[in-house]
Design a protein around this ligand. Sequence first.
Ligand code: PFF
Ligand code: NA
Length: 436
Amino acid sequence: MSTNVTWKSRWTFILAATGSAVGLGNIWKFPYITGEYGGGAFVLVYLGCILLIGVPVMIAEIMVGRAGRSDPVHSMSKLGKTAGRSANWGAVGGIGILAGLMIMMFYSVVAGWALDYVAQSLSGNYLNSPTETIEQNFSQLLGNSSEQFLWHSIFCLITASIVAGGVTKGIGKSVDILMPILFGFLLLLLGYSWVNGDFSAGLHFMFDTDFSKLSSDAILVAMGHAFFTLSLGMGAIMAYGAYFPGKASIGKTVLTIAALDTVIALVAGMAMFPLVFANGLTPSQGPGLMFVTLPIAFSNMAGGQFFGTIFFALVSIAALSSSISLIEPGVAWLEKYGIKRSLSTFGFTGLAWLGGIACIYYGGVFDALDYLTANIMLPLGGLMIALFVGRILPRDTSVQELGMGQGTLFKYWWFALRYIAPIGIILVFLNSLKLI
Ligand code: PFF
Ligand code: NA
């Protein structure tokens, strides 16, 4: 990552950051964990975490990236030193790089499932099939390690070749055109569910808040997912922030990205749950939710083979623009030590590829990586970033970097970053450890 390249405009940064944010987290993970953790109350806690913790932390991450103009490790240690405090804050960036690697290990396996469903759609595998067959298709894929291995490897290879070429080149364009089309497809599926699904049962499930269903684990998962879905707490957005144009408003940009990400997740959920209830499926069926409900829709709609193929291709591309940002911080960091971009990219992605193989062949690795990264490492990283910007760097640095004066908005953000976000994260951790 060369430090004198900046994104051409605020819009280009929005596209890249949105590309990182919008991915499997929205379309695959959000609906299935909402199903597992009981619906409405979980969704409400998740939305609260996005607004009260995610948005303020995202502003802080971009700010650090732009002010440091380097990879997460060097940006944080440089700013720490300049502020007359410790350069050891760079370690936060280091843990983030590790988190990115660990996320990539299972993320690329799920992206491989999406690729597999491109092939299944193209060949008409699930066309005009009963629900049971469509459910079996997914279990068969889970039981077929060599098929998962193939698609996982292909996905890693594509990610690596894009990162090796330098991220500023291709992402903007693909997000610019393909993400709106993906959103269009989600709206099409939503329309299908409205007409053919049990729409009211789906909406009740997602939005009726029954707090008696809310376990402390559900709260931890909701908060963890807020970080995961916005790509926060590991330096991905910070690495992109290094390209953020000097004068543009960070606050407005962040609200745009968070809103887009949230709307896409909610629409995905609203498209799937009505199909769950209309077809006698269980909301808590786990990671297969999207790979069962959506093929049911495609299998019955006119042109489903075509729409299904394009849809799963778009999901794979959305996953790609996210996986790029999982690898980029680590590659940018190694580049600072003079290691060639291509070498570090293939080394880094190679490690993730090996981890993915472990996920495919050994039960439990997948879940452990998912749990450890989303629910512990990302919130912990977010906590450290909030403390760093809110309590270690001088207030003036933030005032100058954000350039929005010191009015109400700034005061709200400053308060959220210093108090709401860190206290919230700590309370959720303590609660999940059953200490409060
Ligand atoms: N935000 C991505 C998603 O919702 O699919 C996942 C992700 C990408 C998490 C990059 C973290 C990250 F750094
Ligand atoms: Na997301």
